[in-house]
Design a protein around this ligand. Structure first.
Ligand SMILES: [Zn+2]
Length: 332
């Protein structure tokens, strides 16, 4: 990343003061943003948070005489440090430096990236971890999972990268485009595609009729009871003990069709929610409702089944997470 050191400008710009808590008159240094907003802060806090600022403050400093203090390097008796970051980035960057501070939800992914770049440039670990904490709770995890993944990988935010990767499972690959993808490497995107595909495979594998089942299991539905619907003689029902009366029949074709549909769906979008959402649009369930015997229980039993199977699929995906190696260092 290109980094410009703090510098001093010869001209005197029109400035405005940042709001609380950056307007404390006790502050002993002013940090000026690229859009001329003055943040009055404390050298001690900046020095504790940032080795880069500590180095700057340790340099011998020219203190002008009273009559010379109109110069842009000085304001109200304290030195001014000019930075290349804008005021939004500095608000996000400086907030966690205060003992009570935290980063608020950013309004765009670009805002997140800029504050993380500043944290890297000025070597402020506290800002990086504060940014990840807020990012983990952010709506962007759901709405722009690909973009959050790219940012998290670029700045080595492992928890955020994992959560965003999981969130991409709700969408088929290649997912929703984000400008932040321009900053991610091909290797990072390869990791994500590999993860997404492995989850799809594990989710599809979880949709297998068990060989044995409890009579109360959600796998046991009207599809094993109907004598009117066509069935597939090759698909025998699971064993239930003690033998139920009447005995289970071979599964109806409409339900087997539903299993095939959700297998395809979770291959593309490997998540338990995918199965639950599919019940209302499934052509096979619609066919089941057309049967005089199945119609009363087709939807009810399938919803119950989809809920339970969704949990099984989510558990199968958790296994994939542990199979993947820890994400390697990003370094964009
Ligand atoms: Zn039927």
């Amino acid at each position: 990343m290109a980094s410009s050191p703090p510098h001093h400008s010869p001209s005197t710009p029109v400035t405005r003061d940042a709001p609380h808590p950056f307007n404390n008159r006790e502050g002993d240094v002013i940090v000026r943003s690229s859009d001329n907003v003055d943040f009055r802060v404390f050298k001690l806090l900046l020095s504790l948070a940032s080795p880069a600022f500590r180095g700057l403050f340790e340099l011998p400093q020219y203190v002008p005489k009273e009559e010379e203090q109109n110069h842009s390097d000085w304001k109200d008796g304290v030195p001014v440090v000019l930075l290349t970051e804008d005021s939004t980035t500095l608000t996000n960057f400086l907030s966690p430096i205060f003992p009570w501070g935290a980063i608020q939800e950013c309004t765009s992914l670009k805002e997140w990236r800029l504050v993380l770049e500043a944290a890297e440039k000025y070597q402020v670990e506290g800002v990086r971890s504060a940014a990840e904490k807020t990012l983990l709770r952010s709506k962007f995890i759901q709405t722009e999972a690909m973009g959050v993944y790219a940012i998290a990988r670029c700045f080595d935010l492992e928890a955020a990268a994992r959560l965003a990767a999981k969130s991409t499972l709700r969408q088929p690959m290649p997912g929703k485009f984000s400008d932040e993808l321009h900053y991610a490497s091909a290797a990072m995107l390869h990791d994500l595609v590999t993860y997404h595909r492995a989850c799809g495979q594990h989710a599809a594998d979880a949709i297998t009729i068990p060989k044995e089942m409890d009579p109360e299991s959600s796998w046991n539905g009207v599809w094993f009871a109907c004598h009117a619907c066509p069935s597939d003689p090759a698909i025998t029902p699971p064993t239930v003990k003690p033998n139920p009366r009447p005995p289970l029949r071979n599964a109806t074709k409409w339900w087997l069709g539903f299993l095939k549909e959700i297998e395809d769906q979770v291959n593309d979008r490997p998540s338990g929610v995918t199965i639950q959402e599919w019940v209302s649009t499934s052509p096979s369930v619609k066919a089941g409702r057309a049967c005089q015997i199945c119609r009363k229980r087709a939807v009810e039993d399938t919803i119950k089944f989809a809920k339970q199977l969704g949990k099984q699929v989510d558990e199968a995906i958790v296994v994939v997470r542990t199979l993947l190696p820890v994400f390697p260092s990003g370094g964009c």
